[in-house]
Design a protein around this ligand. Structure first.
Ligand code: ZN
Length: 480
């Protein structure tokens, strides 16, 4: 008995000493800040600011493809919106990229059964000669079929590649769909194709709405005409091709590269009271494709971040660290705004406490993952407890990637979360004419705002950091 008690006392002493040592290094969030975060969460789920923001953007600016007249109007809108919401600091940082323009687009089956097709050009597509391009179709079931094809079967023809996505909560089929859209045109061009056509990377089987999106072309010399068919039009073409007779199509695309353009990331900050130079980075991308009004992609992301920061600004005191909201330029044609931000801020990566961007629509967040140093896992657990009542599960086994544009800053070493939204219907509307405000549910959007407000505030109030440093997390598998 005596010996056992003595052993227990020793063991207890040892474990106290160990936990005291770990506590020295561990990042924690003070109890007072946890309570304030719970109150913030409960206010956020009833707050309409984010919905008003995305309603304003999609109504008063509408579509805002990078480099268009509406791109400038969107930046003016963002500066004015940050100011009217009471942000402490509002500024822009320039981003330069190739300008690509869509002016008009038509497609049709010429033979054997002449009829129009619902078609849209892909980003960085070349234009067809004026009067259009008419050629025979060579069809493939998937990208591998094109990769394995003999160039002599392709030369001078319109390559068509099918791709089939199904609805999923995490939207993982888009990996295949976007690979077909970005790499397919490049492979077709290398093999001498006259043009490239794709079954849209989308899930709206019942809608004649082709989905645009960027290709892998990076300059006019490399590009050939490239376009997407709506899913019913792709079905139609595939039925006709299956009859085994030659099929001839006409594409008339007045699109193409037109020099370079300088736009900007628009940034608003709620200045930290104790460590203003240290920032929690959140945001969305301000540009959109031109077919819809960019509500779910990505007006929602901009609105979620603005709405969350506004709620933090309305608290009685400023948080310890700065909340930085970034409305990124030209995400759609290749993360131009995110890459420019990462280059401009690489030397400050250690001052980025934690970050993530919202760019997967406006569905409810259901999962949180994190790339942080081991000593900050306890603080992530604390955040997870506050957002659990919102239906968000923390998966500690997966890394956090930081979202689309901020993945670039994560690549430089910024500690990052991934806050995964329910994307079940996202690819019904993504990059097509149906990406409009009516697809956003107010309650779901407010749930997103609550999650962003809670994590941003708690990270800003933490005692300690989350491990951001140059080159940190380069092997976490969240980016490649
Ligand atoms: Zn997007």
């Amino acid at each position: 008995m005596h010996r056992l008690a003595r052993f227990n006392a020793l063991a207890l002493g040892l474990s106290l000493a160990l936990s005291a040592h770990a506590a020295d290094k561990a990042t924690t969030i003070p109890a007072k800040a946890v309570t304030a975060a719970e109150q913030l969460r409960d206010r956020a789920v009833n707050d309409q600011t984010a919905y008003e923001v995305v309603e304003s953007l999609t109504t008063e600016v509408g579509p805002r493809v990078a480099g268009s007249a509406n791109d400038q109007r969107a930046r003016d809108w963002a500066v004015a919106k940050f100011k009217s919401l009471g942000f402490d600091k509002v500024y822009t940082e320039t981003v330069t990229y190739p300008l690509w323009e869509r002016r008009s687009e038509h497609g049709a089956i010429v033979a054997p059964f002449p009829q129009p097709l619902a078609v849209t050009a892909l980003g960085y597509s070349a234009g067809t000669p004026s009067g259009g391009l008419t050629a025979e179709v060579v069809a493939f079931n998937d990208l591998d079929g094109l990769k394995n094809a003999d160039p002599s079967t392709i030369k001078g023809k319109i390559v068509y590649v099918s791709t089939h996505m199904t609805q999923q909560k995490d939207g993982h089929d888009y990996g295949m769909g976007s690979a077909t859209r970005t790499r397919g045109p490049v492979i077709a061009a290398e093999k001498g194709a006259a043009a490239f056509l794709l079954r849209s990377a989308g899930t709206d089987a019942h809608s004649r709405t082709p989905h645009t999106g960027v290709t892998g072309f990076r300059d006019a010399k490399q590009a050939i005409p490239a376009a997407a068919l709506s899913l019913p039009d792709a079905d139609q073409l595939e039925r006709i091709v299956a009859m085994g007779k030659p099929v001839t199509l006409k594409l008339d695309l007045d699109v193409g590269f037109n020099g370079t353009y300088t736009g900007a990331n628009v940034i608003g900050e709620i200045t930290g009271a104790k460590h203003p130079e240290q920032v929690v980075a959140i945001g969305g991308h301000l540009d959109s494709w031109d077919l819809g009004t960019g509500a779910i992609d990505d007006g929602a992301g901009v609105a979620i971040a603005m709405g969350a920061a506004k709620l933090i600004k309305d608290m009685p005191q400023r948080p310890d660290r700065t909340i930085r909201v970034i409305a990124f330029a030209n995400e759609e044609m290749g993360l131009w705004g995110g890459r420019a931000y990462a280059e401009q801020h690489a030397k400050d990566v250690g001052k980025h406490q934690l970050g993530t961007e919202s760019d997967f629509g406006a569905g409810k967040i259901w999962r949180m993952t994190a790339s942080v140093k081991p000593e900050a896992r306890g603080a992530i657990d604390q955040i997870a407890k506050v957002i659990a009542p919102l239906g968000v599960a923390y998966d500690a086994t997966k890394p956090g990637g930081g979202g689309s544009d901020l993945s670039q800053m994560h690549g430089k070493g910024m500690a990052a979360l991934s806050l995964t939204q329910d994307g079940t219907d996202y690819f019904d509307y993504h990059h097509n004419a149906n990406d409009t405000l009516d697809k956003i549910n107010r309650g779901d959007l407010a749930q997103n705002v609550a999650v962003y407000a809670v994590f941003s505030y708690m990270a800003a109030m933490a005692n300690g950091d989350f491990g951001s440093a140059p080159g940190a997390f380069s092997n976490d598998g969240a980016h490649d």
